[in-house]
Design a binder for this molecule. Sequence first.
Ligand SMILES: *Cc1c(COP(=O)(O)O)cnc(C)c1O
Length: 496
Amino acid sequence: MENRIRYARTHVTRNEDLIFERTSPGKSGVALPPLDVPSAPANQILGANLYRDDVEGFPEVSELEVLRHFTRLSTWNYGVDTGLYPLGSCTMKYNPRVNEVVARLDGLATDHPYTPESLAQGCLKVLYETARCLAEITGMDAVTLQPAAGAQGELTGILMIRACLAERGNPRRYMLIPDSAHGTNPASVHTSGYEVRNIKSNAQGCVDLAELGRAMTEDVAGLMLTNPNTLGIFEVQIREIADRVHARGGLLYMDGANMNALVGVARPADFGVDVMHLNLHKTFTTPHGGGGPGSGPVAVKRFLEPYLPAPVVEQTPDGRYRLDSDRPKSIGRVRAFYGNFGMAVRALAYILANGPEGLRQTTEDAVLNANYIMTRLRDVYELPYDQPCLHECVFSDRRQAARGVRTMDIAKRLIDYGFHPYTAAFPLIVSGALMIEPTESAGKAELDAFIEAMRAIAAEIDEDPQFVLKAPYSTRVSRLDEATAARTPILRWKPQ
Ligand SMILES: *Cc1c(COP(=O)(O)O)cnc(C)c1O
C-alpha cells in the first residue's frame, strides 16, 4: 500500500500554520534607520479616528516568514497555470499572457467609463470590433457585450425573446429545456418569468424530435438548447429542431457556452439559432473563476436587434464611434456601463492573434483531444453514449460503482495523481457522470499522463476499492464535509 500512497506529481506541499500562530513578540518585518527629524505621534499625523493603539493578535513575524508563508499557500492552489484542468463544461484553457499585457495598456486599463465619447474613441472601437468579430464567428447580426457571465447572458437573451413575442401580441408562458441542459438554463428561464418544461433526450443523447413536436405548442416561447450539448454531442438534427420551433412561432435560444467546439467550423446563425450567448471566459481565453469578472455576450439575429440592452456602440458614416442610447424597444441596461470592458480587450486580443485559421485549429485540437481521451479510456470506463464527441467526453461510473466506488471517489483519487478533477456527477442524464474536457491547451504528453492516471485508478478500484474510497491521501485534509464548508465557512481567525 505504501508505494501507492506516493504520487507522481502534486501541487500540495505541507501543513502550514496560520500567520498568527507564527507570531514571536518583538519580531518585525522592517528595520528603519534612526530618525533624523523630530518625531511626531502617529495619531496626530493620521488623525485620531484612523489611529489604533493596538491591533489585537497582530502577527509579529519577519519579512521572510511572511514571504514564505504566502508563497507556500499560493502553491496549494491548483489552476490552469499549474497543470491539466479537465473540468467538463468549464473550458479551462490557457489564458495567453499577451492578452494580459494588452489589457494593461495605458488608455485601455485607465480610461474612465465617463470619459466623453470624443476622447474614448479607442475604447469604443475595441467594443465595436469585439462585437463585430463575435457576430462574424456566430453568423449573427448584432451583439451586446454587457452581460457579466453566461448565466446573465441567458437572462438577457430570454428577456429579449419575451420583449419580441410580447410585441407580436403574446409573450407566451413556457420555455422548453432538454433534460441534458446546464443548470443555469432553467434558472434563467424562471427568473425571466417563464415556466420551464423539460423535454427528454433520445437514446443518442439528443433532442427527441417527436417529443419536441408534442411539447412545442402555441403556449411555448421557444426552446433553450445547449449545442453541442452537455454530453459533448452535436445536435445533428438542429435544422429540423429549429424548423419545428419556428413553425409554432417560437424562438430558438442557443446556450453557446460550448462554442469551443464550433468556432471557425460552424455558425449557429446558419443552423437556425435566433439568439445565443457566448462565454468569453471559456471560449475566448479571458480568465475565469476565483471570483473575477466574466463576460457573457449575447448575439442575435437582425429582428431581435431593437431589444438589445442599451447603449449600443455604433460606427458613424465618418468612421467614428458613438454610443446609441436612444433605443425605445431595448430591454434596458443589464450591467453598469458596457459590461466588463477588460474581458472584451482580452478576447479581441485572442481573436486577432489567432485569426480565422488559428481559431479553427483551436476548435479542431479541442475536439481531437477530447476524442483521444474518450478512445483511450473507453475500455476501463463505461461510455453511455457511444459516438464521437466534440469538445468533451462523458463516461459513467457504472463499472466502478459495482465495486462501491463512485465518480466523486475517482475524482478525489485523481487529486493524488496531481490533476484537477473532472466534473463529477454532471450532466444528470448520465448516472455517475465523469465529464472530461481537456481543451486544446493540453499537449499529448499531458493527455497521456492524465490517461495513465485514470487507468491506474481503475486498476486500483479492481484491486482494492477501499483504498480509493479514502482518497485523497496527499492533501492536508482528505474528505471534507463540503456542504458545511460551503454553507458555514470559517473565514476569520479570532485571536484566542
Ligand atoms: C458555464 C456554462 C454556463 C454558465 O456560464 P457562467 O458564465 O458560469 O454563468 C451556461 N451553460 C453552459 C453549457 C455552461 O457550460
